[in-house]
Design a protein around this ligand. Structure first.
Ligand code: ME8
Length: 654
């Protein structure tokens, strides 16, 4: 039987500044839903991308002396790097500068014009350049400035094409009030009262004052203005009206568009109107979430109050960040970002909750049974209640996920984590372990715990995809044990399952120390963003060189090319990797403090520069014979200096 399709999209983000934790929220939420649906057996397409045209990009590129395309290419690279770092498994990354997208937008614009829905007129009003928005007087803030970024607006007037919205007003009102298109539906009233009831205004869809946009094919003074260009991405990505292979017939209409409230109006009114004008089916759901706020204001590039997800990820790992943002934000409401809440949440739910549950259970199976459970069993009534609670979690999570209530799904799972930790306290395995007589009961308790962890970790895997496979390793589960169907069944692990003690999943964080450190970093970042200078634009810091040395001293250092044969994390250390190198001299082991910047698989097979004649030393108890060369970055990161593959192992570097 062919799988049921499921199509989910994030907004396409403006690459006008680096991504922040707000962008992460929508992307991580969509990724989790996509993974959840894939786990349930759907044929999922998950689309994200970037919205690259417009005056702001044109201006920023000009300031930097590069072309707009060069400007966006760099930031798009950062977005893609972040999504990789956050373990985002998208199926397609669309850029509005892609040829196929341009082809679709030009055809859509022409079709709407030919059908009489687009006409030429004149636009005049208050315009905010950074936000690229025209505002009416009543929309301006109390100082007469842009209601979004609070900067000054200017009067602007220009010839423009307009999209007629009024023919669709009744159908859109019904869509918002009588169907479950909008999630949460409570927002429908505000849209109807503010935009539909007063009469839908026609939408400005072309501009002549800048060039960085998709040209209108039949009037070359004009470029297509933001929303027709941006919204069309959801169908151009599927090959609609362009040369890409057709996925439109399979995936359209979309199952979920997820956006924050700032662009709800465009997705709740303009996008349905466009689709109606094109005679296309409407998407099934629009899930609208609130903003992640910082000091009470929307976290945003133009406000400069961004929190850098790379920094957070480096400190706590991507799964902890994913969990925190998903667990904090209820659909529809804002959620305020605070380091303190984040760290406390990581400690309570992850370190003490799931982390502790796994490490205690595995440690007890190891201690009392040498890792492999015996086959004897002795069930009690308590077990039945416990198993039922665990199994019920699956249905409860499913109910929440079918309405995009990710926060509720996670709450449900963590209630079961608490229940499992309580089961340990109730059954007191440490007492059972004292006598051989209780062996069967002890094996039963530990087996039930391992099963609970299997089900919990299976359910958590779409949200925390990097850590859960490690849990499976520790509890002795293979991938077939954690398929979606197996999560509703108790008793899947082999009776005499073998556990494997492993790394601590989520180390406890020293709250005060971390908050101070993070606050410093965030303040620094805000200052950087506010001054609107990227790192490369800042004057180089004054570099203090060490005292000069004669060439003879330098010649004492032997730098040789070596190849990384294998690599693993040093247990109990967040920072260290242990590398086995082919150095052309029989091989050696080197320990390097780069675990926060590289995964072992990033390094295996690569050639590096080795300081080959350093005296051996021990780091975290592990012997290191030499050092690999890396560059320190201004933001505190570091990059290994790789060597071209055609330079032989053992070659001397001078
Ligand atoms: O609006 N909290 O792009 P954009 C939560 N290109 N989510 C946030 C957020 C915050 N503080 N800040 C941003 C655009 N987001 C258009 C979209 S779609 C056809 C075109 C997320 O880069 C949220 O998903 O300004 C919001 O809707 C989106 O980023 C806006 O991103």
């Amino acid at each position: 039987m062919s799988k049921k399709p499921f199509y989910i999209t994030t907004p396409i983000y403006y690459p006008s500044g680096n991504p922040h934790i707000g962008h992460c929220y929508t992307t991580v939420a969509c990724d989790s839903i996509a993974r959840y649906k894939r786990m349930q057996g759907y044929d999922v397409k998950f689309l994200t991308g970037t919205d690259e045209h417009g005056l702001k990009i044109e201006q920023k590129a000009a300031e930097k002396g590069v072309t707009p395309k060069e400007y966006v290419d760099e930031i798009v690279g950062t977005f893609k790097r972040l999504w990789k770092y956050m373990n985002i498994d998208y199926d397609q990354f669309i850029r509005t500068t892609d040829d196929y997208h341009i082809e679709t937008v030009q055809k859509i614009f022409r079709e709407l014009y030919d059908k009489g829905y687009i006409y030429k007129g004149e636009y005049s009003g208050k315009y905010c350049t950074p936000c690229e928005s025209f505002w009416t007087d009543s929309q301006l803030d109390e100082n007469g400035c842009c209601p979004e970024c609070h900067r000054e607006v200017t009067f602007a007037k220009e010839e423009a094409y307009f999209f007629k919205m009024s023919p669709f007003a009744d159908r859109i009102e019904k869509l918002l009030t009588e169907t479950d298109y909008l999630q949460p539906k409570t927002r429908a009233a505000e849209l109807v009262n503010n935009f539909i009831k007063p009469g839908l205004e026609d939408l400005c869809v072309s501009r002549t004052t800048f060039k960085w946009g998709i040209p209108v094919t039949f009037d070359d003074k004009h470029v297509v203005y933001v929303w027709i260009d941006a919204l069309s991405n959801y169908i151009s990505a599927l090959g609609y009206q362009n040369s890409r292979p057709d996925e439109f017939s399979k995936y359209w209409p979309a199952d979920v568009h997820m956006v924050a409230k700032d662009i709800m109006r465009f997705h709740a009114i303009i996008w349905p109107a466009m689709l109606m004008a094109l005679d296309l089916p409407l998407p099934k759901h629009l899930a609208v979430h609130g903003w992640i706020t910082f000091n009470g204001e929307k976290m945003s590039k133009s406000l400069g109050n961004v929190v850098d997800p790379f920094v957070l990820g480096e400190h706590y790992g991507c799964d902890a960040i994913r969990y925190h943002i998903l667990r904090e934000m209820a659909l529809g409401a804002d959620s305020s970002f605070s380091n303190e809440i984040m760290i406390n949440r990581i400690n309570s739910d992850l370190a003490n909750g799931i982390g502790n549950l796994v490490s205690r259970t595995v440690a007890m199976a190891d201690k009392y049974f040498g890792s492999t459970l015996p086959e004897e069993r002795e069930e009690t009534e308590l077990d039945t209640e416990f198993k039922n609670t665990v199994i019920q979690t699956v249905a409860d999570v499913d109910a929440a996920m079918s309405e995009t209530r990710i926060k509720n799904a996670l709450e449900t799972i963590f209630r079961t984590v608490d229940r499992a930790n309580k089961y340990i306290d109730e059954t007191e395995p440490w007492k059972l372990g004292k006598s051989e007589e209780n062996k069967a009961r002890l094996a039963t308790v530990l087996y039930n715990l391992l099963e609970a962890i299997r089900i919990i970790s299976g359910l958590l895997s779409p949200f925390m995809p990097s850590t859960m496979p490690e849990v499976w390793k520790q509890i002795g589960a293979v991938p077939e044990n954690v398929t979606y169907e197996k999560l509703s069944v108790f008793g899947v692990l082999p009776v005499n399952v073998t556990v494997h003690k492993g790394d601590i999943l989520f180390p406890r964080i020293d709250v005060e120390k971390e908050i101070e450190e993070l606050n410093n970093i965030i303040t620094e970042n805000m200052e950087k963003a506010k001054s609107n200078l990227s790192e490369s634009e800042k004057p180089a810091e004054k570099i203090e060189l060490a005292p000069e040395i004669p060439i003879e001293d330098f010649m004492k250092v032997e730098i040789r090319v070596a190849k990384v044969v294998s690599c693993e994390k040093v247990k109990k250390s967040k920072k260290l990797l242990c590398l086995q190198l082919d150095d052309g001299m029989g091989g050696r082991q080197v320990v390097s403090g780069i675990a926060q910047y590289y995964k072992p698989e990033d390094l295996i097979g690569r050639k590096i520069q080795l300081i080959a004649n350093l005296k051996p030393s021990k780091l975290c108890g592990v012997e290191s014979n030499g050092m690999i060369c890396a560059a320190d970055l201004a933001d505190g990161g570091c990059r290994v200096i790789f060597v071209d593959d055609d330079i032989p192992v053992g070659a001397k570097i001078r």
